[in-house]
Design a binder for this molecule. Structure first.
Ligand code: NDP
Length: 245
């Protein structure tokens, strides 16, 4: 982790706790905000070479002086348990075995666990970030859903989301998705993790209480996709370790 972002600190702590729980050794490198790109790359190179290290995470965001995509590319693709190295991103796009970004991977595991058949279904993804929205689109496509991706410039958003059999919300806007976005009986996956400033509580991108009577299934926040993201990180780490040995 580079710098002192409070949200990042919480994420890193949760990952370290999860590792500890399952017996994975977790080493934390907290680099100062002023760290240069070459200093960060030196550390990444060292960890890439170190045979006792099986997975490497770079917590985003990183400070401005560091090119985040370049840094993700620097992490060995065999140790890229977050699935952010463009090598893994590319393999996901062409359907090769790879490390899949943990949040969309967690969403797919949830859908699989509940036997939700995606073939021919209309899936709408709200958000097109590199870490959630875009890989989510690829994952849903790989299961033969008809996928539409929406973003901040999308027009007539509600008309699109109202066609969604499966709606994945990953926009980072507290309780933005209300019942008028939703088709009757839709399955809603809420990826958002937002802090409600009034109550200081964590909430999703979906207004859970507003939509609950309209949906057939919905993931809660906290407790839904968040823990699955960490579970898939551990899954990727086990896969990486096996491949390296
Ligand atoms: P980003 O800010 O990187 O991306 C947000 C995306 O949402 C962008 O593509 C943006 O469009 C789009 N967007 C913003 N506002 C709207 C709107 N009103 N209508 C339609 N689209 C909109 O966020 P992330 O993808 O990193 O994260 C999204 C949410 O998921 C956050 O709440 C984050 O905390 C949470 N998260 C949860 C994780 C988990 O483990 N559960 C893991 C990672 C993130 P544009 O591209 O045009 O700007």
């Amino acid at each position: 982790m580079v710098g002192d972002n409070p949200a990042s600190k919480v994420y890193v702590k949760n990952k370290s706790k999860a590792c500890e729980k399952v017996g994975v050794e977790f080493e934390e490198f907290l680099l100062p905000e002023t760290t240069s790109e070459s200093e960060l790359f030196e550390l990444i190179d060292r960890l890439n070479e170190d045979k006792s290290v099986n997975g490497i995470l770079l917590q985003s965001p990183v400070p401005k002086q560091i090119d985040q995509n370049k840094a993700f590319r620097r992490i060995s693709e065999e140790k890229d348990v977050d699935g952010f190295n463009p090598f893994n991103v590319g393999n996901l796009c062409i359907g090769n075995d790879c490390f899949i970004s943990c949040t969309p991977f967690g969403v797919m595991k949830i859908l699989e666990h509940y036997n939700i058949d995606l073939e021919g279904k209309n899936a709408v993804v709200l958000g097109r970030s590199n870490i959630v929205g875009k890989p989510m689109v690829q994952c849903l496509l790989s299961k033969n859903a008809t996928v539409t991706v929406c973003h901040s410039r999308t027009k007539n958003l509600k008309e699109i989301t109202k066609n969604a059999d499966i709606l994945v919300a990953a926009i980072g806007k507290p309780k933005y998705v209300t019942k008028d976005f939703i088709k009757d009986g839709a399955i809603v996956i809420d990826v958002g993790i937002n802090r409600n400033e009034e109550t200081n509580k964590i909430c999703g991108d979906v207004d859970f209480d507003d939509v609950i009577d309209k949906v057939s299934k919905i993931t809660p926040v906290p407790g839904g996709v968040g823990p699955m993201t960490i579970a898939m990180l551990l899954y990727n780490l086990v896969k990486a370790t096996k491949q390296q040995n």
